[in-house]
Design a protein around this ligand. Sequence first.
Ligand code: ADP
Length: 485
Amino acid sequence: MGTISSSDIRLRDLLRSSQLRYAAAYLLITSAVLLFLNIYAPLMIRRITFSSQRNAIMDKAQLFVSAFSSYEKLDEKNVRTAVQSVKVLHTARVVVTDAGARCLYDSLEPSGREGQADRLVFYPELTEALEGNDAVYIRYEGNELISKAAMPIVSYNRTIGAVYLMERDPDQAALIAGLQRTILWISIGLGALVLLISAFFSVLFSRRMGKVFVSVRKLHGGDYSARLPERGSDELARLGVAFNELAQRLHHSEEVRKQFVSNASHELKTPLASIKLLSDSILQNEMDPATTREFVADIGSEADRLTRLSAKLLELTRLDTQPVEQLEPTQLYPVADRVLRMLTPLARRQELRLSMDCPEDCILRAVPDDLYQILFNLVENGIKYNIPGGFVAVTAASSPEGVVISVEDSGMGIPDSEKPHIFERFYRVDKARSRKAGGAGLGLSIVWDMVQRNKGSISVSDRPGGGSRFRLCFPPVGPEEVTPA
Ligand code: ADP
């Protein structure tokens, strides 16, 4: 079985990489354009040159034919005279034949040589002309552009002979070849440039992507200090910004999680330590039944504290992990009424009055269970942090802007310096009093999370005359939605 080396893997990665595909696509497009340029441009130049050459040689042939227009019959003499009259034109070869293809004039033969008429000429162009048609033929041969043309000489609708012209043009041919060569060199240069630029950008991109991979791996391994450069404004720079934000957020979440676990363990440890201490005391000491009962009752209340604490921790975990339930139009009155009924025994024990001023048709959009828990925690706090003979009041009012609920108490209030922190997890203002009241500093953080989930807002202020006022705002419910469950 063969082994796969790291260079094999790198090569495989490179072949699969999108940058290689992009580079290949650019090269393919460039090659196609250059190929087109190399084939099409010379073809067009050739076509234009051939066409102008064709016109030029035909014009010349026409001039020769016009010189014979006054003759009814051709012979060597009158042909020579006619040819002399137009010979000023630069032409490599002029041949004139009679209708039977006998040569009457050939510019290549020494002038004045007799007996030419015995020679028959069978150039294809001439044959075509003697049949009454114009013939033209342009060809690129060696380093020359060769043009041949033949035209019939007609007198009274009868072909009495034909003119044949032949020209060689090395300049035109050199021009075409030169152009072709220039285009080829430009193409090679351009291809090399595109190749170089693609390779440059490919390497650059690959380096930057490499940094992304390294940072992602670091983050995956728990190194939250991993950061990406944010220079520039291209996609990778934007990815860098997003990555850094994500790393920072993950770092923060991790810190919060660690803090949470450590606080939760601490909170759990305290009642457990009390239970252990109390049970050890019962076991080790000779105690009278009354003291033993007192100790067992203390164990019971510590166990209650543990139960409440685990319920709140579970609630927080649920809020952190579970998606938001569907918000639905909810009537406030029955929910608030249920909260007050549940807490009345506790309020009685503290000699407090609970009151509610809430319109029965007050509707807001929320998860009913969340609304219950929010109000429960706020009213319970109002009772816990109050003074005997005081009160807790729940009032609500709805307006087009939304529903505003106030939970006020006549308690000791919250110092201004503490207000920004009371919604943090495990935060207590008066540690001793809070713990005595059975609190772990989680109630308000649960309220905060739930209010956010229900698209509301919460604020705290001093109540004029002493105590605190918690103010909740929820967005209004549209008239078409007012059909509460
Ligand atoms: P706990 O479970 O300890 O009551 P909370 O998160 O509900 O925790 O409240 C955080 C802290 O804010 C409490 O420890 C308490 O000191 C303070 N607090 C909350 N509500 C009130 C209030 N109505 N009046 C005075 N202090 C309050």
